[in-house]
Design a protein around this ligand. Structure first.
Ligand code: AMP
Ligand code: MG
Length: 320
């Protein structure tokens, strides 16, 4: 487990412009000092991430929100007070302190406080906000352990090992314009969670309840290196050397090389927590040639899980 000496070492690397991978409650992040454009450029290079895809800035206190943003609304403060530390990212007009490379030239910046001891101590010890996307190669499986990070990014300066992450999928992202709130990416904190705390918050003037437009959100993402397909329990036969990922008890297990259950009883929080690790395990298993994954129902966290699954299978669709 991570001790204070390791955190001090990692914070020193960040202050000198280096890259540190660190655990958050969602997935492992690849961090750099958010106020140092050269350091942030190293994130894009290490990940082979296109420069049009902006980064999330991680802070340790809600006061930092005021430093990074130019118009912090009451709604932003209330959402932060209700859901931070936690897997909710807020997109707000940026202040001039935030380098353009962090936001891919957008006039807005994405900010959150992660709910993880190591991440918070790292940010506090480094004394700067940390820009951090997921610590993987662009488009590939997100990392939920330090080993997953090392597999894809062996050359970064330092990896803080805080064990497996608890939430397992990336944060919910909402954009805040004036008093309107728009969901940009589903996550563990659902639309309903936000609506329950702030009734009517997603109602836009054009009558639509939401729209999903965010830079960098592509159809294909989060993909394993082996072919991945949706699995239907009625499917009669699977090709040899198949691995199957299920999310609930099966009376009749499919005949295949390996089965991994993300949950035995369709508990979607468990499924989210084990989604990427089950895909990594199949990817790393030399006996598996292709992977099948069961869909989940798109309610609650299921929506965020299906978002990741749909993007992960996209490049392997038959017509692709
Ligand atoms: P991740 O790669 O998981 O750190 O997620 C970063 C994602 O946050 C990007 O792909 C964008 O979709 C979204 N994002 C970050 N900054 C902004 C912004 N200023 N406006 C809209 N979306 C943003
Ligand atoms: Mg990512």
């Amino acid at each position: 487990m991570t001790n204070i000496e390791e955190i001090k070492l990692a914070a020193g690397i960040l202050r000198k412009g280096g890259l540190v991978a660190f655990p958050t409650e969602t997935v492992y992040g690849l961090g750099a000092n958010a106020l140092d454009p050269i350091a942030v450029a190293r994130i894009f290079a290490a990940k082979e991430r296109p420069s049009f895809d902006p980064l999330i800035v991680h802070v340790a206190s809600a006061d930092d929100l005021e430093q990074l943003t130019s118009q912090t609304t009451d709604l932003a403060r209330q959402l932060a007070a209700r859901f931070w530390p936690g897997p909710l990212t807020l997109v707000l007009p940026k202040s001039s302190r935030v380098p353009d490379i962090v936001t891919s030239g957008l006039p807005t910046v994405a900010v959150r406080i992660p709910d993880h001891r190591v991440a918070l101590e790292l940010i506090q010890t480094a004394g700067c906000p940390i820009a951090a996307p997921s610590a993987n190669k662009f488009g590939h499986l997100s990392p939920v352990t330090a080993a997953h990070v090392r597999k894809q990014l062996p050359d970064i300066d330092y990896v803080l090992d805080g064990g497996k992450t608890s939430v397992g999928i990336e944060s919910t992202i909402v954009s805040l314009e004036g008093n309107a709130c728009t969901l940009l990416r589903p996550g563990k904190i659902t639309l309903q969670d936000i609506e329950t705390a702030f009734p009517g918050v997603f109602e836009l003037q054009d009558g639509k309840t939401e729209k999903i437009v965010a830079p960098g959100l592509l159809k294909s993402h989060y993909s394993p290196t082996k072919p991945l397909h949706l699995y239907d329990r009625q499917q009669p036969e699977l090709p040899p050397a198949s691995g199957v990922i299920l999310h609930g008890h099966a009376d009749h297990e499919p005949e295949c090389r390996r089965i991994i259950y993300t949950s035995y009883n369709q508990n979607y929080l468990e499924t989210a927590a084990h989604l990427f690790s089950s895909l990594h395990a199949m990817e790393d298993d030399p006996g598996i040639r292709q992977i099948f994954i069961e869909p989940v129902e798109e309610h609650g966290v299921g929506r965020a899980i299906m978002d990741r699954i749909n993007k992960a299978v996209y490049q392997y669709r038959k017509e692709a």
